[in-house]
Design a protein around this ligand. Structure first.
Ligand code: TRP
Length: 333
């Protein structure tokens, strides 16, 4: 074990809104557990965020908030590198080169592009189209072995792998071919308003998601309104996706198994169950929210973390980029 090389882990979140418990339980909570055994890099991907229009002042504030959320969730700057994407120019630079190894046809097949361009019909910009190339650059710059992300990002991981393999074949071995890591439990938290859809911070229906910063009353109210079914029994079964989703959330916050949850609420009905899920979520979020508030009150601390993270990330990224530039035949000075 001694000289077994640590795995490089890379992941990122867009600063495009306050994260939901879906992002937390499905992604960030798992990242925290990775930190001890691996070499982790976590990025706030602001370059990605501007593929849909952002009000500049909001983007700036959310970049701080996303960083503060990382820290409040337990990402530890003493163990992991945390940085903001636009502070490391190599991301945009490598994206250009990789774009020249990516086919129009393969980008056209990306379901996220199709979804987002349908939702933003008035702003189907080239950045939205080449988004996966920038994401591939993020990952490949750091010799990433594993990318922990939600299932919805699987297609983007696959294209990053394809781009890496193609570049390696054309120019000789350069990139580590990364793998996606999709957590089993809590990987997919569904909307409280429509349990067939993934919980999303960009959902127009505020009742569909629990933001990490929702106060206790809001959390309780949203869980009381959560869509279930016409039965009364707390169990996981087809047609009971709403109840199943609440069980997943309850399990993530309490550590209880499905069997334990079914036992606990046998004969009690949905009213009591929803109260319990709401209380568990509110209790689970309280310490995180307190820490978030402290961090947001100390911008210079957050800027210090950004600076340190950017320096370390830049160091690694520049090395990869110069290797790539050499391989493709650019003259170095
Ligand atoms: N596309 C990812 C999302 O929307 C965010 C992201 C950008 C990312 N670059 C990344 C995730 C690199 C993992 C690795 O969730």
């Amino acid at each position: 074990m001694e000289n077994e090389k640590k795995k490089r882990i890379f992941s990122g979140v867009q600063p495009s809104g306050i994260l939901t418990i879906g992002n937390y339980l499905g992604a960030i909570k798992n990242w925290v557990d990775f930190q001890d055994e691996n070499d982790c890099i976590f990025c706030v991907v602001d370059l990605h965020a501007i593929t849909v229009h952002q009000v500049p002042a909001d983007l700036r504030r959310r970049t701080y908030e996303t960083l503060a959320i990382y820290l409040a969730c337990g990402i530890d700057p003493a163990k992991s590198t945390i940085f903001v994407q636009s502070h490391v120019p190599a991301h945009a630079e490598l994206a250009w080169v990789l774009g020249c190894s990516t086919m129009f046809g393969e980008l056209s097949r990306m379901t996220q592009f199709k979804d987002k361009s349908a939702r933003n019909a008035g702003n189907v910009n080239a950045g939205l189209f080449t988004y996966p190339v920038l994401m591939a650059a993020d990952i490949l710059l750091y010799g990433t072995d594993l990318v922990p992300v939600g299932k919805d990002q699987q297609q983007h991981i696959e294209i990053a792998r394809d781009i890496a393999i193609r570049f390696n074949q054309t120019y000789s071995d350069t990139f580590v071919v990364p793998e996606g890591f999709f957590p089993k439990s809590g990987a997919k938290i569904m909307s409280l308003a429509d349990p067939t859809k993934k919980m999303s911070k960009s959902d127009a229906n505020q009742n569909g998601f629990i933001s990490l910063l929702d106060d206790r009353d809001t959390v309780m109210r949203k869980f009381r309104r959560a869509v279930t079914d016409s039965e009364t029994e707390v169990r996981r079964a087809p047609g009971k996706e709403g109840v199943g989703n609440l069980m997943t959330i309850y399990s993530c916050f309490t550590g209880k198994t499905d069997a334990e949850i079914e036992e606990e609420f046998r004969g009690l009905g949905y009213g009591e169950f929803k109260e319990a899920v709401g209380a568990a979520a509110a209790d689970g979020l309280a310490p995180l929210q307190a820490r978030f508030k402290e961090l947001m009150a100390d911008k210079s601390y957050l800027e210090g973390i950004m600076k340190e993270g950017a320096e370390h990330a830049n160091h690694i990224a520049r090395k990869t980029l110069s290797k790539v530039y050499r391989k493709v035949g650019f003259v170095g000075l």
